[in-house]
Design a protein around this ligand. Structure first.
Ligand code: UDP
Ligand code: MG
Length: 321
């Protein structure tokens, strides 16, 4: 029988979190009295997480392992989870227990009221550095400003999606994914539920600055042309300044002034405009590289193992004996 609820947890080296994650999710989900499944996506872990996922799947048939051939990144891991989830409501949760599994019940309650996307809004963040909190807060506000869709502030990927929304998102094949934005873009009835984001249960963040910057660039380029249009605005301003400067320089020269004489002012102007042009070339490159990636049309992820393989591989082992 198909489960009503699917829980998706992306996992990248979370060996110390997995047992507790499973236990807490099991407790919460059993209290609903409905059928459920837990899709654990192993995003190329190398710390033994894979062994634990396999053991959990062996002990409980509701645990379905999806194993990547290498690390493809958090957003892609969640996407794979969505591809395999069978539930009528799909809940995405971090594996490090920063999102308390008990909150799932609140998300489900809103879903039963008829909302199709229920996102958890972080009112407080525990155990995260000042730098992470400030950059995250700035990030949400910049995205809100410059993109066309109004993504709710301070929400992460911890949210519930109705089957209808999942089916739409599965038809969005873009590779540089920003799922929060995509789930806002879809529309439907959406609502937020406030929660306190806990500290990590174990281990360290798997989102170093490099990955955070990537995610931010993906978010902006996926949902906004603003950086491209910026070149037009700056171009008009620079050209306007030049036109205004011509009569000023000409009259001051006729009046006998040497104010704009010499190479320094020329050099500054050339370097400044050269710099601005290179920056915009870089911005163009960000978009162009993404277009190139889309055109190549490679699969979003490569699987080493999918939930369907489970019985087959066990049979293989048996027949070998
Ligand atoms: N994650 C992943 N692949 C990655 C990076 C992270 O699957 O390349 C998972 C990670 O295991 C965790 C979730 O994504 O379950 C969120 O990552 P993390 O907690 O490190 O991010 P933070 O909460 O620090 O922003
Ligand atoms: Mg975390």
């Amino acid at each position: 029988m198909e489960p009503i609820f699917s829980i998706i947890a992306p996992i990248y080296n979370e060996v110390d979190c997995l047992d507790v994650l499973y236990q807490r999710i099991r407790e919460v989900m059993e209290s609903t009295g409905e059928l459920w499944e837990l899709v654990l996506v192993d995003d190329g872990s190398s710390d033994g997480s894979n062994g634990i996922i396999k053991r959990l799947a062996g002990e409980d048939h509701r645990v379905r392992p999806v194993v990547f051939a290498r690390n493809f990144g958090h957003q892609i891991a969640v996407t794979a989870g969505m591809d395999f989830a069978r539930g009528q409501a799909v809940i995405v949760i971090d594996a490090d227990l920063q999102d308390p599994p008990e909150m799932i019940l609140d998300l489900i309650a809103k879903w039963r009221e008829g909302y199709q996307v229920v996102y958890a809004v972080r009112t407080e963040r525990e155990g995260e550095s000042w730098f992470k909190r400030t950059t995250a807060s700035l990030f949400y506000r910049v995205i809100f400003r410059i993109t066309d869709i109004k993504m709710p502030l301070d929400t992460g990927d911890f949210r519930l999606y109705d089957r209808k929304v999942i089916d739409v998102m599965k038809r969005m094949p873009e590779r540089h994914r920003f799922l929060r934005g995509m789930s806002s873009w879809v529309g439907f009835r959406q609502v937020g539920v406030p929660y306190k984001r806990a500290a990590r249960f174990a281990g360290v963040t798997k989102y170093p600055l490099r990955k955070m910057v990537r995610l931010a660039l993906n978010a902006i380029t996926s949902f906004s042309y603003f950086p491209l249009q910026l070149a037009t605005y700056v171009g008009f301003i620079a050209a306007g300044m030049a036109i205004l400067a011509i009569p000023v320089v000409a009259t001051s020269r006729l009046a006998g002034s040497n104010a704009f004489f010499g190479q320094a002012s020329t050099l500054i102007a050339v370097l400044f405009l050269g710099g601005v042009q290179l920056i915009f070339l870089g911005i163009l490159g960000e978009y162009l590289g993404r277009i190139y990636d889309e055109v190549k049309g490679r699969p979003l992820y490569v699987l080493m193992e999918s939930p369907e393989d489970k019985p087959a591989s066990q049979e293989n082992i048996k027949s070998k004996r």
